[in-house]
Design a protein around this ligand. Sequence first.
Ligand code: BTN
Length: 324
Amino acid sequence: MNSRSSILQQLRSSEGWISSNILSQELNISRAAISKHVKILRELGYKIETAPNRGYLFQSAPDLLLPEEVQPLSQSKFIGKTQYKHHHSTGSTNADARILAEGGCPEGTLVVAEEQTAGKGRKGREWTSPNHTGIYTTLILRPTLPLENTPLLTLLTAVVTAEAIIATTDITPTIKWPNDILLNGKKVAGILTEVSSEIDSVEYALIGIGINVNTQVKQLPKRPIYPASSLAAETGRQQNRALLLSQWLEIFETEYEQLISGNRQELLDHWKYLANIIGKEVTISRINDSISGTIKNIDSDGALLLQTETGQSQRILSGDVSFR
Ligand code: BTN
């Protein structure tokens, strides 16, 4: 833990005032350095009182996804722990993450933004990312997975996102293959997985996730089907973004370790339960055509197995699903 985080932790856990002498002795940090860190914390939005003979009094934390707010709530060992880059505003966390990944950053590095000005959605769409309302984050992975298994990363992320929402709101969302999270039939989160590959293996994967948490519906773009909404709008109460992100990191690590160790059945079963798509009649729109049929299963690499209306079996790796 760095000095700023340990000062904050100590201030938070003290009941009432704590003198700068005691703080300095307990943390082995000079009083001048403490004063400098407290100044930075206040600039970030922490309310910390100071008084000459009393020291410091912690009052409140800002509603920000700072590492100091998220990391202590997550038991993960490396996901969101190895490096954590927080931006008040950025173009796209996926674009930032790509630069870090190309620069050799460790697996588990997380880029988090309070606002994105050029948030990217799938198929070149924009992802509206208003300030301080959602979670816009990209996780960098270096998985030991064959290239053809990368759809499993999106599948895993969808399950993790649904589980983190269940853990913090008590409401169970639905997964719409491959990457949408719906509540009451409305889209509250999306996933953008980008992979850089070597010949037949993954060099790094960027797991971009956007969750509309406390966003007002009027801030979101109109969508013809599966209209955009947020967790707050669907549950009727404000949600704690830092808690949700910390749960997401923790659950991600558990599921990811399972996947990498070769155990994918549980993930696929959980996905089937949350997606509730097996046996359903669907139309899948692809870039150049659309195809209709019944979903028979999900393959062990994340492809949908569709039986077409003419009875043929097809593996579907991309497209937009609509129910008939
Ligand atoms: C979609 O449903 O179209 C995918 C949306 C993914 C949005 C997230 S927000 C964080 C990360 N950075 C981006 O620019 N996009 C992803």
